[in-house]
Write a protein that binds this ligand. Structure first.
Ligand code: RIB
Ligand code: CA
Length: 315
């Protein structure tokens, strides 16, 4: 087992839960965040690229390059989620405008160049938004699939249904064609769907622990979470909101917190009724090849203890 930090690229549409995932990754010495690639999703690209830089600067990590990527899905109109995340995408954060500039390249070009320049199976890609950037890299340069150690993504839902339509989760719904490309690429995919993220809900007490850190990160994170959790509480009547995206980072650090199954996952890209549905062959009843480690179980207490410990390390 290498003792060198694991190189990762976070592909993201911040989003309050994306923000917590980015902060957690930046706080973990076990991870080497090579860069952050912004994609259109929760809010338009200009805002996701702005928000990603603000979050890196909140953590004191002005050194982490942020690149702007695709501003719309591969073949569809962009659907955003301001009703969940607010008009800025990170409402509740109350942060200054970014002082760092975007990286000079398009995110797709930077990710492609970085992967092609790496050793085989060295870099982990962590998409926590629509998969448009990653799919474009794989379509433009299929040889990049062999350079990727693992694609660890937040998206999908099967037993739990959808959160955007009755059958589709937001990240996959926004760009189902991209999700199909990623799942068909041959790169190892580990997927964190609603089936697992809905089993680890925030509590008000935990948010108060975050606020109680007494740091600028604690204050910004608590403010974002106060705003963010109301959507799921109102919609599902849950006692707390699911913090979707940080599960990707927690898995990299503590895979023992999670359980799943290697099986076939396909995406509906045509039907208006079920567009964006992830169809999971959990019982292996088809002859479709297993192409995804589909995660369904989490130690919720362990997950939130880990996040608190990580965020406590930041200024
Ligand atoms: O469905 C949840 C996902 O959609 C999360 O990644 C959230 O940030 C939104 O992008
Ligand atoms: Ca996201």
């Amino acid at each position: 087992m290498s003792d060198r930090p694991r190189p990762i690229i976070i592909d993201t549409d911040p989003g309050q839960d994306d923000a917590i995932a980015i902060l957690a990754a930046l706080a973990a010495p076990e991870l080497d965040v090579l860069g952050i690639t912004a994609v259109a999703g929760n809010v338009p690209l200009e805002l996701t690229a702005r928000n990603a830089r603000m979050i890196c600067e909140l953590a004191g990590r002005h050194d982490v390059p942020v690149f702007a990527g695709c501003d719309r899905p591969l073949r569809r109109e962009l659907v955003t989620a301001e009703h969940v995340h607010g008009h800025t995408g990170i409402d509740g954060a109350d942060l200054p405008e970014p002082v760092t500039n975007l990286g000079p390249q398009h995110a797709v070009d930077w990710m492609t160049e970085t992967l092609l320049g790496a050793e085989e199976r060295q870099i982990t890609i962590c998409p926590v938004g629509p998969l448009t950037n990653v799919a474009t890299v794989l379509e433009n340069a299929p040889e990049t699939a062999g350079k990727i150690r693992e694609i660890v993504c937040m998206g999908g839902g099967f037993f739990e249904g959808g959160n955007t339509t009755p059958t589709a989760e937001f990240n996959i719904y926004v760009d189902p064609d991209a999700a199909k490309v990623v799942l068909g690429s041959g790169a190892p995919v580990t997927m964190f769907p609603l089936d697992v993220t809905h089993k680890a809900l925030m509590t008000d007490a935990w948010i108060e622990q975050i606020r109680g850190l007494g740091t600028r990160t604690g204050a910004a994170a608590a403010g974002m979470l106060d705003f963010y959790e109301r959507f799921d509480v109102d919609k599902y009547g849950m006692f707390g909101g699911p913090l979707h995206d940080p599960n990707v980072i927690a898995y990299l650090l503590r895979p023992d917190l999670y359980q799943g199954r290697h099986c076939n996952v396909e995406v509906e890209t045509d039907s208006p009724l079920t567009l964006g549905m992830t169809v999971v062959d959990w019982w292996d009843v088809t002859d479709r090849p297993a192409n995804c480690q589909y995660i369904t179980e989490v130690d919720a207490d362990g997950f939130y203890e880990l996040l608190l410990m990580l965020l406590a390390r930041l200024p």
